[in-house]
Design a protein. Structure first.
Length: 161
């Protein structure tokens, strides 16, 4: 009887604690989140514009995917700038190496890798600080997009020199 009571108590406490967990209260890996292309499949550009720009009848999941799409677009623009920057550095590295000076490209690569780690950790930190808020993924993707847009501007300024 005591064993059965302990088992039922343990089962009760486990189920209560399990019910307290939601999709918003656990760690996540943004690489494993469904893409906006899959999520919004079958919707027209006009429908997406109304949904993402105006928020008409949008759920939190809809708005999170709108922000996710904004991040993807920001990432694509950053990749274009990074490609141009890498090409510029490689051209400069040839003359540096000819003069016996160190190359810049390897350090730029390390800096970019460190920046990606910074961006990811910054956005996870801000997101987890919110707790189990239903807007968690919206804020996460907005953070990722904003920091990526800032980096794109930085690289654009470097390309001017």
């Amino acid at each position: 009887m005591i064993r059965r009571t302990r088992f039922l108590c343990a089962l009760f406490f486990f189920s209560v604690s399990a019910l307290g967990k939601t999709v918003y209260s656990v760690e996540f890996d943004y690489h494993n989140i469904e893409s906006p292309q899959v999520y919004f499949k079958g919707r027209t550009a006009a429908q997406l514009a109304r949904l993402c720009d105006g928020g008409d009848h949008a759920t939190n999941d809809d708005l999170a995917q709108c922000s996710h799409q904004k991040f993807i677009q920001a990432s694509q623009e950053l990749e274009r700038k990074l490609k141009a920057m890498r090409e510029k550095l490689l051209r400069g590295d040839k003359s540096l190496m000819a003069d016996g000076d160190p190359s810049a490209s390897p350090y730029f690569g390390k800096a970019q890798s460190a920046w990606v780690e910074y961006r990811d950790n910054e956005c996870y930190s801000e997101t987890y600080a919110m707790g189990g808020a239903a807007e968690r993924y919206i804020f996460f993707w907005e953070c990722m997009a904003n920091i990526t847009e800032s980096r794109t501007k930085e690289i654009g300024e470097l390309l001017k020199y």
